[in-house]
Design a protein around this ligand. Structure first.
Ligand SMILES: C[S@@+](CC[C@H](N)C(=O)[O-])C[C@H]1O[C@@H](n2cnc3c(N)ncnc32)[C@H](O)[C@@H]1O
Length: 230
């Protein structure tokens, strides 16, 4: 599947950010900012953003990081990474072409690992997702911080169904219309209703070896930020 995911992002890279901002009414930007504010409070000087895409999360981290902090942006899609590298505010960020399942870093390297809007891509099965999360745990120093910003599931059944309907209709159609990638946005809209609720994802983090797990949910629970310690 990861070859398929790579192809999807190669097709979608040019219009990816615009579609994201449009479909979330700009809230994706606000929540990356919120995530990086949490990161800055928790500290450390060696930060990694995985599945970094066009680098929006890494740039948001760079903005709140002190001059002594190193920020690395890793992704396996060359076209997405290239989009990030070309941005003027990406100065000072290290870019790494890397698969999230086999990161080219030693054990216990980072104080902080973040991932935004990408964990759904790492979830063909729960076991595979746990494998990726263990890889993030491996590159974190003991008691390092992992922060995951991702879609989630509203508890209220009516809101949940409306959210899934919006994803099926708007995300798929608008995404396909603007990017020209039918397969890409069909896949992305397919993953949203199938992803875990906040409590279930916290349980998965625990299974992957994380502790001190905390959750903040946004927009009636349709998005969540999980933070945990390695
Ligand atoms: C929805 S985009 C999210 C990009 C960015 N984090 C953001 O906040 O917009 C998902 C990204 O995950 C990357 N990705 C998916 N599976 C990956 C894997 N196994 N290894 C590395 N990157 C992966 C894709 O190439 C894509 O750039």
């Amino acid at each position: 599947m990861s070859k398929g995911v790579q192809k999807i992002y190669a097709e979608a890279s040019r219009t990816y950010e615009m579609i994201n901002h449009l479909l979330t009414f700009g809230l994706d930007i606000l929540w990356r900012k919120k995530t990086s504010e949490i990161a800055s409070r928790l500290g450390g000087t060696n930060w990694l953003d995985v599945c970094s895409g066009t680098g929006e999360m890494a740039i948001s981290l760079r903005r709140v990081a002190g001059p002594e902090t190193s920020v690395t942006s890793a992704d396996f899609s060359l076209s997405m990474l290239r989009g990030g590298k070309l941005k003027s505010d990406a100065r000072g960020i290290h870019f790494s072409l890397a698969d999230a399942g086999n990161l080219p870093f030693h054990d216990d390297t980072f104080d902080l690992v973040t991932i935004s809007y990408a964990t759904r891509n790492l979830n063909p099965t729960k076991e595979q997702l746990i494998g990726y999360l263990r890889e993030f745990h491996r590159v974190l120093k003991p008691s390092g911080i992992f922060i995951n910003l991702e879609t989630s599931q509203p508890d209220n059944r009516i809101i949940r169904e409306l959210y899934h309907l919006y994803t099926r209709l708007a995300v798929r159609r608008v995404g396909e219309m603007i990017s020209g990638s039918k397969a890409g946005y069909t896949y992305l809209s397919y993953t949203v209703p199938r992803f875990y609720g906040a409590v279930e994802f916290a349980r998965i983090l625990h299974q992957a070896g994380f502790k001190d797990i905390r959750v903040k949910t946004m927009l009636f629970g349709s998005f969540a930020i999980h933070q945990a310690r390695s």
